[in-house]
Design a protein around this ligand. Structure first.
Ligand SMILES: [Zn+2]
Length: 446
């Protein structure tokens, strides 16, 4: 297992690329090695931060070292939000501090904080249905738990409170928003994530508390509905930071203008080192293209896109779609790895009906890896969904996300949560799928 970037670069540079006559066995650990390198040598990579810039340099250097035919960056302008100090304490009747984190994009409080009583709701919908006199001048607390599942389908049921809770609370006159963390961990840390404002509604501070703290606060409010709380939050945002998408290509031997896009996002939240979200995806797609090239040039071009600022609202993905608007019809397929590092258990497509027989061909390659056929309504991945909305066909290699939301957007998203054997299975699936598509002539659109 490599311990730093230098040995990786050296080993790649010192081992000559394979000749067809003497193919080198796959380095089955390459995805893990790249993920280890990124999360150790760069660590957190919040969009617009010094870590973000370091990750762009890391990706450029490693794509070049891996033998990609073309490597370049594409600049875009992005907000740069920074978390400062945060403190939340129950003032009365049971004085104690609670564990919290600011939600991404939140404004801060005045320096001496906000003191108020609390009104608790069990969902965003219940808040929306409330009357202004219930909420005015209070701090709103949305206490909705998330349950575990393999496919991540529960995330959509709770994430609305994080994304839109501050707007709905402010509309009714609230002073701040507290949510129970969007996540499935019972540990005492809070899950961050992007929140949004509406220009027509006052901006109020928004924070998440850990699941045990949410349970504690609910107990306090049951015993003492008049409880008083104090929130102090310090955040900063600039609107005009610069970031980059990083792109590497393996040029197609027969159809170089036809692009098979495989992607992941290079940015991460600041609390952990972004190993599951999305260091593993970055390692997987870089390794996939590099290892396919080792076996010989594919017929179509394989383009690895490492998107910037996914977490802040798909900022890099939108910049990519705008810049490449005229060649989107040359993107024959797109797919993204951005759901951690669990084993892939299902393969789904979003193809035109005439190319579905080819989906069955890819599936035959994946079945030995214990991957089942899914449906023809694939998501494709968050960044890639922007391309999908513009008509680009997508596939999803769906990972087992049963534990993903234990770590998602927390300080606990670190390399030790990745099982190298599961990541190897992912790599094999990505190589088989990408190679099949890049060596075919199938039009997935019709
Ligand atoms: Zn992600």
């Amino acid at each position: 297992m490599m311990k730093s970037l230098k040995p990786l670069l050296l080993s790649l540079l010192l081992s000559p690329l394979l000749s067809q006559a003497n193919p080198k066995p796959f380095n089955e650990q390459l995805a893990y090695q790249l993920t280890e390198s990124l999360t150790t040598e760069v660590g957190p990579r919040l969009a617009g931060s010094p870590g973000d810039r370091a990750s762009v340099a890391w990706a450029t250097k490693n794509l070049q070292a891996l033998g990609f035919d073309k490597v370049w960056t594409e600049e875009f302008v992005t907000p740069y939000w920074q978390r400062g100090q945060a403190r939340l304490e129950i003032l009365s009747p049971y004085p104690q501090a609670l564990v919290l984190t600011a939600l991404g994009g939140s404004v801060g409080t005045p320096a001496n904080g906000i003191d108020a009583s609390i009104v608790m709701f069990d969902s965003l919908e219940a808040l929306i249905a409330a009357k202004p006199e219930q909420v005015k001048d209070k701090i709103v607390f949305i206490n909705k738990a998330m349950t575990k599942d393999k496919s991540g389908s529960q995330y959509g049921k709770v994430v609305g409170a994080r994304a839109k809770g501050a707007v709905e609370a402010a509309r009714l006159g609230a002073k701040a928003l507290i949510i129970r963390s969007v996540g499935t961990s019972s540990n005492r840390f809070a899950h961050t994530g992007k929140m949004t404002y509406d220009p027509a509604v006052p901006k109020i501070p928004a924070v998440a508390i850990s699941a045990p703290d949410a349970q504690q606060l609910a107990r306090v409010l049951t015993k003492a509905p008049e409880a008083k709380i104090k929130l102090q939050l310090d955040t900063h945002q600039t609107e005009d930071a610069v970031s980059h998408n990083v792109i590497g290509e393996i040029t197609g031997s027969e159809r170089p203008d036809e692009i098979v896009l495989i992607g992941a996002h290079l940015d991460s939240w600041d609390q952990g080192t972004g190993a599951l979200d999305d260091g593993a995806g970055v390692g997987l797609v870089m390794a996939t293209a590099a290892l396919i090239k080792q076996q010989g040039q594919p017929k179509r071009t394989i383009r690895v896109v490492l998107f910037g600022n996914e977490e802040g609202g798909l900022v890099g993905a939108r910049a990519y779609a705008a810049k490449h608007a005229k060649e989107l019809d040359k993107h024959v397929l797109a797919s993204e790895s951005d759901f951690g590092a669990g084993r892939i258990w299902q393969f789904s497509t979003k193809f035109g009906p005439k190319s579905l027989p080819f989906a069955a061909e890819i599936q035959r390659e994946l079945t030995p890896l214990q991957i089942k056929p899914g449906n023809n309504d694939a998501f494709g991945g968050p960044d890639v969904s922007v391309l999908k909305a513009l008509g680009v066909p997508v596939v999803s290699l769906e990972q087992d996300g049963s534990d993903y939301f234990d770590y998602h957007h927390t300080p606990n998203d670190t390399l030790d949560k990745i099982d190298p054997a599961a990541l190897q299975q992912n790599l094999q699936a990505w190589i088989r799928m990408t190679s099949a598509v890049a060596n075919s002539t199938v039009d997935f659109r019709q």
